[in-house]
Design a binder for this molecule. Sequence first.
Ligand SMILES: CC(C)(COP(=O)(O)OP(=O)(O)OC[C@H]1O[C@@H](n2cnc3c(N)ncnc32)[C@H](O)[C@@H]1OP(=O)(O)O)[C@@H](O)C(=O)NCCC(=O)NCCS
Length: 316
Amino acid sequence: MNFEFKGNKFQIETLNTLNLKETYEFCENNSDDLSLSYEVFKGATIESLFFHPELSLIVRDTNKQIICFFMLVFRPSYVPKRKVGVLKFFVVEKRLRKQGLGTEIYKFLIRKIKLMPEKDIWMKLEVMSSQPDYLFPGLNPKLTSALLFLRNLGFKKYNERINLIVDLKKLKSDKPPEKKGNVKISRATIADKEKLMDLAFMPIRYQLISWSEEILLSYQNKPRSTFVAKLHDDKIIGFATHSVGFPGSFGPIGIMKKYRNNDLGKTLLNWCIWDLKRKDIDSMIIRWIDENVLSFYSKTLGAKISNIFWALKTRI
Ligand SMILES: CC(C)(COP(=O)(O)OP(=O)(O)OC[C@H]1O[C@@H](n2cnc3c(N)ncnc32)[C@H](O)[C@@H]1OP(=O)(O)O)[C@@H](O)C(=O)NCCC(=O)NCCS
């Protein structure tokens, strides 16, 4: 497919296994202050649950060099049967910035969405936060040129989200206890899946967000990266999940209200840390935390704020 910009004809192709490595290298060389491993890039693109090849655009110049990569996905909306568009990658070659190329590619993508047969697309576009399958909960505003580019396209900030970081090297590697009073802690089993997915032991607001799907994604990890707290009759009263999105990420975690403040949250966290340390992972990123649990993570793990993200959206 050809794409005309300022009188030049550029070639457009979609992302696939053959051009993935080259696209990854292009992104690494042209993203300011942001770096991913190849495996994480692959997981966030062609291996992602929401990967839509038609909405991944690679632009090549006349020398066949990649000069631009944009990728859009749809995530489920909290409004049933709707979807929200999310701009997950948008990278223009450093030397070609501020010439309108990114804006043209963005408009090209929007035209593509509008021609799509799906009737259930919520006409809202967000940036980065493609939960349950996401890398970042919004845009890091330190990426100033990216922020200005998005503002120019009409994106507006509507919220802030916090990630924390924990230095795992400073924490003990001991295996945590398998029992806490009369509560058993273990890795989630296949039999636990359904009960975990409906999250009936948690207040309803947690059932309405993407936690169930995030837990489900942890079942794809080997071994499964969710731990559960159960009573003697196998009733689940809490869980903690890690490494959804990328190895070393943490969340969600939840304890049934009645059983909070009994060190169960702390014990489940320690199981996740033990699991990560066995994989030689040095730091843990607790993603998208509620401000009111900052002291829980700070007290139990010495967690510190690593980044603040801006939630951005626009209507299309
Ligand atoms: C956050 C949560 C998992 C903590 O689980 P918990 O089993 O109650 O926590 P613990 O008993 O292990 O607490 C360990 C320590 O943290 C403290 N703590 C727990 N929750 C806290 C909170 N919300 N604010 C401040 N301190 C808190 C406890 O007092 C305890 O401190 P201590 O050792 O000095 O007594 C639980 O409150 C919960 O399920 N909340 C709702 C879901 C949620 O918000 N998840 C996090 C999303 S990012």
